[in-house]
Design a binder for this molecule. Structure first.
Ligand code: BES
Ligand code: ZN
Length: 788
C-alpha cells in the first residue's frame, strides 16, 4: 500500500492543477493493478458498510486511492454561544476507479455497497455531528438552505480502529457513480480539538471572544470532514458568518434552519455587535477586508435580539450582518486549513505584506514586524517567486499553542514574539520559509516531517543571514545546536530511533515527531550539504526541487534519489568530491542513523560557532571564577556584578542563561538561591517581559529552588499557552528539589503536586494540543477531543 500511496501523492498536486482525462484513466488503471491486494488482505472479504474494513494509513481513514477531494466550497456559521461551527460543504470529487470497465462489486479492494453498486467515500472526522449528506447541487449557498427536492445520500459513521479519540472515525458515504459532487452538513462540538474558543478575558483587548484553529498535524478533521493527510491537496472557497445562537441546545432542521429559544451572539454583553468581528482564513479574502454587509434576511428568524446594537447595511436599510468571503485557488493539504475570528484590525507593511492584531496591539505588532516585506523580498530572490499572493501575520492571543503556524496567506503567530525590540522575528522568517518548504512542496507523510521543518529552518536561517548578517544567523545556529543536544540527551536514552530524520511512526500520534530532530538535525544536515557542494550549487538544488514539486509532495526516498542525481552532476564538475557510492553511507547516517554524525569526518556534523557568543562565554567564566563552585560547605557565591552585558540582545541573554546550567569545572551545576538572587537583583529576570528569557529563567529558578520567581512563573503558566515554554517549566517542576539543611534534596512528590495544581487551574485556558501533552507529562488521563 505504501507504494501505491506514494504514487498517488506525487501526482495529487498535478491532478488538482490540470486534470486530463488521459491521466485520469491511467491512474484508474494503476489503482486497479496495484491497489488491490492490500485492502483485500486486511479485511478478507469485500468491504462495505459495517464490515470493519477501515484501516488507518498514514494516520487517515481516507480511501484516497478511490476518491480524491479536489475542491471544497464551504459555508460556515461561527457561533460563540454554542462554541460550534455549523458547516455546509460541497466537495468536488475525482473518482479514482475505472467507471465503465467492470460490474458493480466485482473488484474486491474497492469500498462498494454491493446492493447499490455505489462506491463508498471514506472521510476523516472527529468531534462533530453529521447532520446530513446530499448529492451535489443540493444546497443553495445564497440562502443557506437545502434546495427543494434535494436528494439525501446514505452515510454511516464507521467504528474506526485504534485510538479513535485521536484519529476519530471514518465517515462513510455512498456516492452514486453519476455524482462528482456531494454536500455535507455538519456541526462541530465544543470539544473540537483544532478549535480554541476564547472568552474576552483571554484576549488582549478583553472586549470580544476569539476563535482560532490549529489543524496541523491531524486536527483539520475536527472542524471539517475531509481527507486528512498531507498527500491530498485541494482548493477551497468559503463564506463565513458570525451568527447568533442559543446558549443552550439549538435544533437545526433538515433544511438548515435553526430554532432557538434564546437569541444572543455568544456573549452576554449587549454592546457587542456581530459586525465587530473580523475573519481570516488560509486563503485570499475577497471583497472588503473587514467583510461585506448583507441583508439580515439571510440569517433566519429572530437572529438578532432586539437589545443588541445592530449595524445598518450600506444602503441604510434594515439590520444587517457581515459575510466574509475567501478563495484559495492553489491546492493545499488539509493541515493548512485555518480560520480565526475575533475583533482585530489590519495594517499593511508593504507591497504584499501586512499584520492583523487586536486593536490595542496593532501598532506595537506593526512596529515589531517592520521588516516583513524585506523578508518576503529576500526569500523570493533566493528561492523563487512567492506563490500565495499576500503574506500576512495574525497575532493571536497568548494561548496559541505554537510559536507560529504557516497557514497560507496568513501565518498565525503567538504574541510572545512581540518583545518590544524586534529580537524574535526569526519566527516570522521561519513561517515565511514554509511558503516554499512545506506549503509549496509538502511532506507526503508525517514520517517525512523533517522535509517540511528541516528545510524550513535552513531557509529561515538563510533569510536571517540575508537581512541581519552572518553573526546574527550564527547566534541562532548555536542556540539551535544547544537545543538539539539537549533533546538528544534524553532521546538517545529513551527512544533512540526517534533521532532518525526519517521516522516510522506507524500508529503513533504524528505530534510525537515534532522534536528538534526534524528541525535542527534536519537543518544541520542541509547545512553540511551546503558546505560540501558550495552555496551556489546547493541553491540550485533547492530551487530545482521547489520548481519540480511545486504544489506536490515529497518523500525521503524522493529526496535521496534527487540528491543522488544532483551529486553525480557535481562529481562530474568537481573531481574532489566523493563518488556517490562513498557519499551515500554518510547521507544515510543522517537520514536513518541515530544521534549526530561525527564532526571530524567528511559529511559529518558541520562547524557551528558564534563570535558574539564567545563574549558571553567569557563573561560566564568570569562569573563562575568570582565564587566557588557549589559543593557541600561552599561559602563564596558567584558575583553577578562582574558580568559585562553591554550590547547584549535577547540571544546573548539566552546563551548566558543556558551556560549557567554548567559550572566552571564543566559539571552540570545548580546556582544557589543566593546566586539566583544576585543575578535577579542585577538583571531583573523575574520581571522580564521577554517570554523566551522568562522561560529559561523560570526553569533555572525551579532547579535552584529560588522561590521569589515562583509567583511570576505561576502567572506565566496561567497566561501563556505556547507548548514550547510550558513543557520545560512543568518538567522542571516535576524534578523539583528543595533546599533542606543547606542541601538540595529531591522533592518530586511535592513538585508533582504543585505542577498538577497549577495545570488544573490553567488547563481551561490551554489549547487541546498543549493540554494533551501536559496531561501525558503529568500522568493525567487523556480525555480525547479537547484533552479535557
Ligand atoms: N508547522 C509548525 C508548527 C507545527 C508543527 C504544529 C507540527 C503542529 C504540528 C511551525 O512552522 C513551527 O515550526 N513552529 C515553531 C516555530 C519555530 C521553529 C520558529 C514553533 O511553534 O515553535
Ligand atoms: Zn515550522
Amino acid at each position: 500500500m505504501e507504494k501505491l500511496h506514494g504514487f498517488v501523492g506525487r501526482v495529487n498536486g498535478r491532478i488538482a492543477n490540470r486534470l486530463s482525462v488521459l491521466r485520469f484513466v491511467f491512474l484508474g488503471f494503476l489503482f486497479l493493478v496495484f491497489g488491490m491486494g492490500d485492502v483485500w488482505a486486511c479485511g478478507g472479504r469485500s468491504p462495505y458498510f459495517g464490515e470493519g474494513h477501515q484501516v488507518l494509513i498514514n494516520h487517515s481513514y481516507a480511501n484516497d486511492g478511490e476518491f480524491l477531494i479536489t475542491h471544497m466550497d464551504m459555508r460556515l456559521s461561527v457561533n460563540f454561544a454554542d462554541k460550534t461551527i455549523e458547516g455546509w460543504v460541497e466537495y468536488s470529487l475525482v473518482h479514482g476507479y475505472l467507471r465503465d470497465n467492470r460490474k458493480p462489486g466485482s473488484v474486491p479492494p474497492y469500498h462498494i455497497n454491493p446492493n447499490s453498486g455505489n462506491h463508498i467515500l471514506l472521510l476523516d472526522h472527529r468531534d462533530m455531528d453529521i447532520l446530513g449528506v446530499y448529492e451535489g447541487g443540493s444546497f443553495d449557498k445564497k440562502s443557506g438552505k437545502l434546495k427543494k427536492g434535494a436528494r439525501a445520500l446514505v452515510y454511516e459513521v464507521g467504528d474506526g480502529t485504534g485510538d479513535t479519540l485521536l484519529y476519530g472515525k471514518p465517515l462513510e458515504i455512498e456516492v452514486p457513480r453519476s455524482q462528482s459532487k456531494i454536500v455535507i452538513h455538519y456541526r462541530t462540538r465544543p470539544s473540537a480539538g483544532a478549535l480554541q474558543w476564547l472568552s474576552p478575558a483571554q484576549t488582549y483587548d478583553q472586549t470580544h471572544p476569539f476563535l482560532f484553529s490549529q489543524s496541523q498535524a491531524i486536527l483539520a478533521r475536527t472542524w471539517i470532514p475531509l481527507q486528512d493527510k498531507p498527500s491530498v491537496r485541494f482548493t477551497y472557497s468559503s463564506e463565513v458568518r458570525v451568527v447568533c445562537g442559543a446558549a443552550g441546545a439549538a435544533t437545526v432542521g433538515v433544511d438548515g434552519s435553526r430554532t432557538s429559544t434564546t437569541d444572543c451572539i455568544g456573549v452576554e454583553d449587549p454592546e457587542i455587535n456581530p459586525t465587530d468581528f473580523n475573519v481570516v482564513m488560509s486563503a485570499v479574502k475577497l471583497g472588503n477586508p473587514e467583510g461585506d454587509f448583507e441583508s439580515a434576511s439571510n440569517w433566519g428568524p429572530r437572529c438578532w435580539p432586539s437589545g443588541h446594537r445592530i449595524a445598518m447595511n450600506r444602503e441604510g436599510g434594515a439590520s444587517s450582518n457581515k459575510v466574509h468571503r475567501f478563495e484559495q485557488k492553489k491546492p493545499i493539504p488539509s493541515y493548512l486549513m485555518a480560520i480565526a475570528v475575533g475583533s482585530f484590525g489590519f495594517q499593511s507593511l508593504g507591497n504584499n505584506t501586512g499584520v492583523y492584531a487586536e486593536h490595542k496591539l496593532l501598532q506595537k505588532a506593526a512596529w515589531e514586524f517592520a521588516d516583513l516585506q524585506k523578508m518576503v523580498d529576500a526569500a523570493s530572490d533566493m528561492f523563487g517567486e512567492y506563490a500565495w499572493g499576500d503574506y500576512n501575520v495574525l497575532v493571536l492571543p497568548p494561548s496559541f499553542p505554537f510559536g507560529g503556524m504557516e497557514n497560507p496567506v496568513v501565518t498565525f503567530a503567538t504574541p510572545t514574539i512581540i518583545a518590544g525590540d524586534r529580537s524574535l522575528v526569526s519566527l516570522l522568517a521561519h513561517e515565511l520559509a514554509h511558503s516554499w518548504s512545506g506549503n509549496l512542496v509538502t511532506n507526503r507523510t508525517w514520517d517525512d516531517f523533517w522535509l517540511n521543518e528541516g528545510f524550513t529552518v535552513y531557509v529561515e536561517s538563510r533569510i536571517m543571514e540575508q537581512l541581519y548578517g552572518k553573526n546574527y544567523a550564527d547566534m541562532l545556529r548555536v542556540l539551535g545546536k544547544g537545543e538539539l543536544n539537549r533533546t538528544l540527551s534524553w532521546m538517545l536514552a529513551e527512544n533512540p530511533a526517534d533521532s532518525h530524520l526519517r521516522l516510522h511512526l506507524g500508529d503513533r500520534d504524528p505530534d510525537e515527531g515534532l522534536t528538534d530532530i526534524a528541525y535542527e538535525k534536519g537543518r544541520f544536515f542541509l547545512m553540511m550539504l551546503e558546505q560540501y557542494y558550495g552555496r551556489a550549487a546547493f541553491d540550485e538544488f533547492l530551487n530545482g526541487r521547489f520548481r519540480k514539486y511545486a504544489f506536490g509532495t515529497v518523500t525521503t526516498d524522493l529526496f535521496l534519489a534527487d540528491l543522488k542525481a544532483f551529486h553525480e552532476q557535481q562529481v562530474a564538475l568537481n573531481s574532489k568530491l566523493l563518488v556517490w557510492r562513498d557519499f551515500e553511507p554518510l547521507v544515510l547516517a543522517w537520514v536513518d542513523g541515530e544521534g549526530l554524525p561525527n564532526p571530524q569526518v567528511v559529511g559529518g556534523f558541520p562547524k557551528v560557532e558564534s563570535k558574539e557568543f564567545e563574549r558571553v562565554e567569557q563573561q560566564v567564566s568570569k562569573y563562575f571564577t568570582s565564587g566557588e563552585p557549589l559543593h557541600p560547605g561552599s561559602t563564596i557565591p558567584c558575583d553577578a556584578s562582574v558580568i559585562d552585558t553591554s550590547g547584549f540582545t535577547t540571544h546573548h541573554w539566552l546563551h548566558l542563561l543556558r551556560q549557567l546550567h554548567t559550572r566552571a569545572d564543566g559539571s552540570p551545576g545548580r546556582l544557589s538561591r543566593e546566586e539566583m538572587a544576585g543575578l535577579d537583583a542585577r538583571f531583573h529576570f523575574t520581571q522580564t517581559q521577554n517570554a523566551e528569557i522568562a522561560c529559561d529563567w523560570f526553569v533555572l529558578s525551579i532547579q535552584s529552588d529560588y522561590r521569589p520567581a515562583y509567583q511570576a512563573m505561576h502567572d506565566f503558566l496561567l497566561k501563556v499557552g505556547r507548548r514550547k515554554f510550558l513543557m520545560p517549566i512543568y518538567e522542571a517542576l516535576l524534578l523539583q528539589r528543595v533546599v533542606k539543611d543547606g542541601k538540595y534534596e529531591p522533592a518530586f512528590a511535592q513538585g508533582k503536586e504543585m505542577a498538577t495544581e497549577i495545570f488544573l487551574q490553567a488547563e481551561p485556558g490551554y489549547h487541546s494540543v498543549a493540554a494533551r501533552s501536559l496531561r501525558e507529562l503529568l500522568g493525567l488521563p487523556l480525555t480525547g477531543g479537547s484533552g479535557r
